[in-house]
Design a binder for this molecule. Structure first.
Ligand SMILES: NC(=[NH2+])NCCC[C@H](N)C(=O)O
Ligand SMILES: [Mn+2]
Ligand SMILES: [Mn+2]
Length: 300
């Protein structure tokens, strides 16, 4: 890892990919939980915090189609992609704070513009591998990986200069809730899926080493996408789609520390924090701590 890495926070106050208001308060919540101090404690330099918001001209009509609010999701993704590639060009580590997980379409577009052979570690209860055809909810936060892989009708390459990610460089971690179409895609593409069961059996450190071997070895760096619903709802109650049986506080910390020690992480998403669903604020605080751990904050 370089001596003092610059971190550019890109806040994306966006909820329309999950259909539940409150996710747009995520960036503010995570910042108020002390993100800046925690990043400093990680020894990183704070390059500031900017917002990426879609510009939707008034009078825009809700479109018909399988994915709700698709026009806004596309505009948001394009704004995020521009912020991310600019941060990357300025020598910064882009830290994208959502917002729901559809913001990752923008992060991946922005990163693949600059790094064609990007590895991706997707830490999430869900697969986020639905397409327009398989989505059970019509929510865009369930499709970002299918878009990034080029498996959906909406392709990452529709965004200027972005490139699809490679299925053999993608690894899912913490998975415990998949839809039928997602299972099929995982099988068909041979996507590595390190489920909660693997974590139970092998321990989080061994699982993360495996994840790094897939996404990290030989790639041009690893994008870490952390959906806070990967954590057990007891630790992180402020998420829109909680699933029981998730990562403990310690496992999540260890996962971040293992990624940090590898020195391979080049960008991160921190998503699905919904402060409205968690008056205690612990989900936002935990999210900020996990980002700092990924950036190298440690006890000694
Ligand atoms: N990023 C998330 N929390 N995604 C939840 C997705 C839930 C479900 N699989 C769907 O497609 O709607
Ligand atoms: Mn999820
Ligand atoms: Mn997700």
């Amino acid at each position: 890892m370089n001596d003092r890495r610059k971190v550019q926070v890109i806040g994306v106050p966006f909820w329309k990919g999950c259909g539940r208001r409150g996710a747009e308060l995520g960036p503010k919540g995570v910042l108020q939980a002390g993100l800046e101090d925690l990043v400093a404690a990680a020894g990183a330099e704070w390059a500031g915090s900017v917002e990426a918001k879609p510009h939707v001209p008034s009078g825009t009509r809700a479109e018909q189609g399988p994915i709700r609010h698709l026009t806004e999701v596309r505009r948001m993704a394009s704004a995020v992609a521009d912020r991310v590639s600019r941060a990357h060009d300025a020598g910064c580590f882009p830290l994208v704070v959502g917002g729901d997980h559809s913001v990752a379409i923008g992060s991946l577009a922005g990163m693949t513009r600059r790094r064609r052979d990007l590895g991706v570690v997707w830490i999430d209860a869900h697969g986020d591998l639905n397409t327009e055809r398989t989505t059970p909810s019509g929510r865009a936060h369930g499709i970002p990986l299918a878009v990034a892989l080029g498996q959906a009708e909406w392709k990452l390459s529709a965004l200027p200069d972005a490139a699809p990610i490679r299925p053999d460089r993608l690894v899912l971690v913490g998975t415990r809730d998949l839809d039928p179409g997602e299972r099929e895609l995982i099988r068909a593409e041979g996507i590595a899926c390190l489920t909660m069961r693997d974590i139970d059996r092998e321990g989080i450190e061994a699982v993360m080493e495996r994840a790094l071997a897939i996404a990290g070895r030989g790639s041009e760096g690893v994008h870490v996408s952390l959906d806070m619903d990967a954590l057990d709802p007891i630790e992180a109650p402020g998420v829109g789609t909680p699933v029981p049986g998730g990562l403990s506080y310690r496992e999540a910390r260890m996962a971040m520390e293992t990624l940090a020690a590898s020195g391979r992480a080049v960008s991160m998403d921190l998503v699905e924090v919904n402060p409205r669903l968690d008056p205690s604020g612990r989900t936002a605080r935990l999210a900020a701590e996990l980002a700092a751990a990924l950036l190298g904050r440690r006890l000694l």
